[in-house]
Design a protein around this ligand. Structure first.
Ligand code: TYD
Ligand code: ZN
Length: 407
């Protein structure tokens, strides 16, 4: 396969088989039979880790898309911090600054700029999230972000001082068009900040559940450096984050003379140590993914054979890869609890496991709870420690498969 970005030679890493839409939680009677082949490739030239195919964006981000940033306390606090400590300092000396967010969801981030009376615009294709943003007084532009929509935005609102995106650039398969759109929309001294799940964490934690339809790319510092080089942009800073199971925040400037912070070199060198430039690292990763799958399946078979009940915690998008790759159903996992009202009453995509409320789980506690929302481990353990009896055991599979008791 040829690299989607640089047309370089790509080698196959993972083949997870046929997968449904990761966020396709639906009522049993409304199930979508659509499947696509989930395979990953590594580009030997630009070092970009990528999927070979992706469902159409309209299939993934439709009006039923069940993700609302504002429903997560951790993400709400994270975006308050991003606005206060990263975006506001960049615009504080500007005349009538303008900030654009790509994939603005329900306006959780931009609300922090609105409250400082900063001119802003959220760009998002999904009507349901845009209506929530509107109800908060956040301005929006309903569209996918690309070169064409950037032209429309500049015409209507002018260029931006800051463009920001969180957990969305990795969804966009045509990166060249996206970065052309960013260059077009950004002022000559403007800054583009985006943060995405980080490849270094996926490799180190063998968190292969981060691989699903929406994560078309999983970026490293070295792949973003190569992208910037081709697009005439400069990566001048990076920051590691603990959100979404390990992310990287990238700071990009149009001004090629802007001072590059030492963090960029530091993280680049760390990636060389991890081997993120070499196919062998990915080949080894693939073997570890299969080994982890086999260990999860045999643990669940063992528990089932002893008549223990097992339930899941967090009907995440990530769990779709695990459940389907491990070929699990409600025989192995009786239900999965989740705090998102839109998911309760649905079944998990492909594996058809019922999603129930957290309260239902607390009233009908299983013997074992498998932690699918592992990126929220600290918050979940401290909360459930108060609600669940000490008898309930937890199954963790990140970084290694283990059974623990909390409290
Ligand atoms: P998220 O972190 O967005 O992961 P993904 O991108 O893989 O979907 O989703 C976390 C899910 O876990 C979400 O559906 C809400 C649920 N959740 C709970 O049910 N209880 C909790 O205490 C937390 C923090 C999350
Ligand atoms: Zn490439």
């Amino acid at each position: 396969m040829k690299c989607k970005f640089c047309a370089g030679r790509c080698s196959l890493v993972n083949d997870f088989g046929d997968m449904p839409i990761a966020n396709g939680f639906a009522r049993l009677e409304m199930l979508d039979s659509y499947r696509f082949r989930l395979r990953t490739f590594f580009c030997e030239e630009c070092k970009l880790f990528q999927l070979s195919e992706q469902p159409s964006p309209e299939r993934m981000f439709n009006k039923n898309y069940p993700f609302f940033t504002g429903q997560s306390k951790k993400m709400t606090e994270h975006f308050e911090d991003l606005a206060r400590n990263k975006i506001l300092p960049l615009v504080k000396n500007k005349q009538n600054p303008f900030v654009v967010e790509i994939g603005s969801n329900d306006g959780t981030l931009l609300e922090n700029l609105k409250s400082h009376k900063i001119r802003h615009l959220g760009v998002d294709p999904s009507e349901s999230v845009n209506l929530r943003a509107k109800s908060r007084g956040v301005s929006y532009f309903q569209s996918f972000f690309n070169l064409q929509s950037s032209v429309d935005i500049v015409k209507k609102y002018g260029q931006a001082d800051v463009i920001v995106a969180a957990n969305v650039i990795c969804h966009v398969s045509d990166l060249e068009d996206l970065f052309k759109g960013v260059s077009n929309l950004l002022h000559s001294d403007g800054v583009f900040i985006f943060e995405e799940p980080y490849l270094g964490d996926v490799i180190e934690k063998v968190s292969f559940d981060q691989i699903y339809d929406e994560h078309y790319y999983i970026f490293s510092v070295m792949s973003i450096l190569n992208i910037c080089k081709k697009m005439g942009l400069s990566l001048y800073n990076v920051e590691r984050l603990d959100t979404h199971g390990g992310s990287m925040r990238f700071f990009i400037s149009k001004d090629l003379s802007k001072l590059v912070e030492s963090n960029v070199q530091k993280e680049y060198e760390r990636e060389l140590t991890l081997g993120l430039d070499k196919f062998e690292t990915f080949s080894y990763f693939e073997k570890k993914c299969v080994k982890k799958r086999d260990a999860i399946v045999s643990l669940l078979e063992d528990l089932n054979s002893k008549d223990f009940t097992v339930a899941g915690y967090g009907a995440t998008s990530k769990s779709t890869t695990i459940l389907n790759f491990c070929n699990l159903s409600k025989h192995e996992i009786q239900y999965i609890c989740d705090s998102t009202p839109q998911k309760v009453g649905c079944v998990t995509p492909g594996s058809n496991i019922p999603v129930v409320s957290t309260e239902f789980m607390r009233q009908n506690p299983p013997d074992y709870l498998i932690l699918f929302a592992w990126n929220h481990e600290a918050e979940i353990f401290s909360k459930e420690n108060r609600h669940l009896s000490k008898e309930v055991k937890w199954i963790k599979f990140i970084p290694n498969l283990e059974v623990i008791q909390i409290g």
